[in-house]
Design a protein around this ligand. Structure first.
Ligand SMILES: CC(C)(COP(=O)(O)OP(=O)(O)OC[C@H]1O[C@@H](n2cnc3c(N)ncnc32)[C@H](O)[C@@H]1OP(=O)(O)O)[C@@H](O)C(=O)NCCC(=O)NCCS
Length: 212
């Protein structure tokens, strides 16, 4: 699903959330032993796909722990990102010599309702939504939301700063591209800076990717 938005330097593994048969390090299985079934399946699927993606990149794949803020502990020299929906999971990794940060997010269309969008989106995002056709409204809501989450997950390992939904404004462009403008300084990312990302709509899923 994600080929069209993944740069060639980024290794991506994606697929369904696995109910069992995970390929994980013993430590990862141990960390998940106290989780409920749903959380266990998503966590261990993410770690299984991360192991495969690291293998494709030629990097070592030690157990990938999680910091208290939940961000994954990627091996030295690797940037990466994990995302999951109810039934799907994807992991993207790259060598830090190529990209210092990766943000990947997948959303199920319809999960973010009009009512949520009207509360968390910026004025310009809401205006753009009104201007577009109703037939694509739900997908566009998910794409804007997904772009914000992708930015959050890309920047967090670099800045360790929490970002609010009003702090960035997303503009969907043609051909699966979007721009994201910062309303305030966020660590190394200055107010007014405009970053570019890619998104796609595939059936009832939307994905967004940002790299820096
Ligand atoms: C952390 C957060 C981004 C997760 O997003 P989500 O759409 O709910 O969930 P996803 O399945 O796409 O991603 C979850 C994965 O993200 C990763 N993740 C969690 N926190 C992270 C962080 N702070 N930085 C980077 N990656 C993080 C983890 O790998 C997690 O999966 P795992 O716990 O199984 O390892 C979201 O819950 C959150 O807290 N957002 C903060 C507020 C925000 O988004 N503001 C908008 C910014 S513009």
């Amino acid at each position: 699903m994600l080929e069209s938005i993944i740069p060639p330097e980024v290794l991506c593994v994606e697929g369904p959330i696995l109910a069992d048969g995970w390929e994980v390090a013993p430590a990862e299985a141990e960390w998940a032993s106290g989780f409920g079934p749903k959380r266990k399946a998503e966590f261990l699927t993410g770690r299984s796909y991360a192991r495969r993606a690291l293998g494709l990149s030629g990097a070592d794949s030690p157990p990938i722990g999680a910091y208290p803020d939940r961000s994954p502990m990627w091996p030295e020299g690797i940037a990466g990102c994990i995302t999951h929906t109810r039934d799907y999971c994807a992991v993207a990794v790259a060598r830090k010599s190529l990209f210092r940060g990766i943000g990947l997010d997948i959303e199920s269309v319809g999960r973010i309702t009009d009512s949520i969008a009207s509360k968390v989106f910026t004025d310009s995002e809401r205006e753009a939504l009104q201007a577009g056709p109703d037939s694509t409204r739900n997908a566009r809501i998910s794409a804007i939301f997904s772009a914000k989450e992708a930015f959050y997950k890309m920047q967090f390992p670099l800045t360790h700063i929490w970002v609010g939904f009003q702090d960035v404004s997303v503009r969907l462009e043609a051909e699966g591209r979007f721009t994201l403008e910062l309303a305030k300084d966020i660590g190394e990312f200055s107010q007014g800076r405009v970053l570019a990302g890619r998104f796609l709509v595939a059936g009832d899923r939307v994905a967004a990717l940002m790299v820096v």
